[in-house]
Design a protein around this ligand. Structure first.
Ligand code: F6R
Length: 232
């Protein structure tokens, strides 16, 4: 596991380079994508570099990590987030963009496999160590599944809604094994509220910090700003 400590700006630049370089090598790459505030700057840089360097997304396939169940309006969905922050700004074919749902989740891992597996997965991390919506104590052998969000995650996500009562309480998420099946993984952690989770990840504490499963993967880069790395 490589750990790189740098500024928020440099992290977005380095992470976006990983995506752009992959697409240069493999124009039909399969990308694993995350929502949340963490990857927004990386997506901005990907859009900018794709334009500047004439990189096409037309053969790219994407699989998002997670989606809410019963989101109250389209703008609250992770589909909207991805359209707004990435898909609407590149030449991707929306039919090649996938989100787990009640209808498809039992088949989601097979769909990923059928496309050849995720080449590069980007992750954020929850203050409680979750990746995707795999909350603490999710079994390490989990595949894509429906999950109840923990109170802390609902509170953290309330900033995207007008009241906490609007925040969905269930989501569908890739499992921890689904994530580990990716060929390469980038995890980005920004801010002091991620410092405990990053320490638990690096200390490899086990199921109480789901992200610590990444210690068992042979191609992971963890990007932290100074604040997120402050407890290492
Ligand atoms: C989002 C996801 C979550 C977030 C995590 C951090 O698709 O899977 O695990 O990455 O909750 O969220 P932010 O980036 O908003 O701090």
């Amino acid at each position: 596991m490589k750990i790189i400590i740098d500024t928020k700006e440099n992290i977005a630049s380095l992470a976006s380079d990983q995506f752009i370089n992959l697409l240069k090598r493999k124009p039909n790459a399969v990308l694993g994508l995350a929502t949340g505030s963490t990857p927004i700057d990386t997506y901005k840089q990907i859009i900018k570099k794709a334009k500047e360097q004439n990189i096409s997304f037309k053969d790219v396939k994407t699989f998002n990590l997670d989606e809410y169940v019963n989101y109250p309006f389209y703008e609250a969905s992770y589909r909207f987030f991805m359209d707004d922050n990435l898909f609407n700004h590149v030449d991707i074919n929306k039919e090649n963009t996938h989100f787990p749902s009640h209808e498809n989740y039992l088949d989601y891992d097979n769909q990923i496999k059928a496309c050849g597996g995720v080449d590069l997965q980007i992750l954020g991390i929850g203050a409680n160590g979750h990746i995707g919506f795999n909350e603490p104590n999710t079994p390490f052998d989990s595949l894509t599944h429906v999950t109840d969000l923990q109170r802390k995650t609902i509170e953290d996500n309330a900033r995207f809604f007008s009241s906490i009562d609007e925040v969905p309480t269930k989501a569908i998420t890739m499992g921890l094994t689904t994530i580990m099946n990716s060929k390469e993984i980038i995890l980005i952690a920004l801010g002091e509220n991620k410092a405990d989770a990053i320490k638990a990840l690096v200390d490899n504490v086990g199921v109480s910090c789901p992200a610590s499963i990444l210690n068992g993967h042979d191609n992971v880069t963890i990007y932290c700003d100074k604040a997120a790395a402050s407890k290492l």
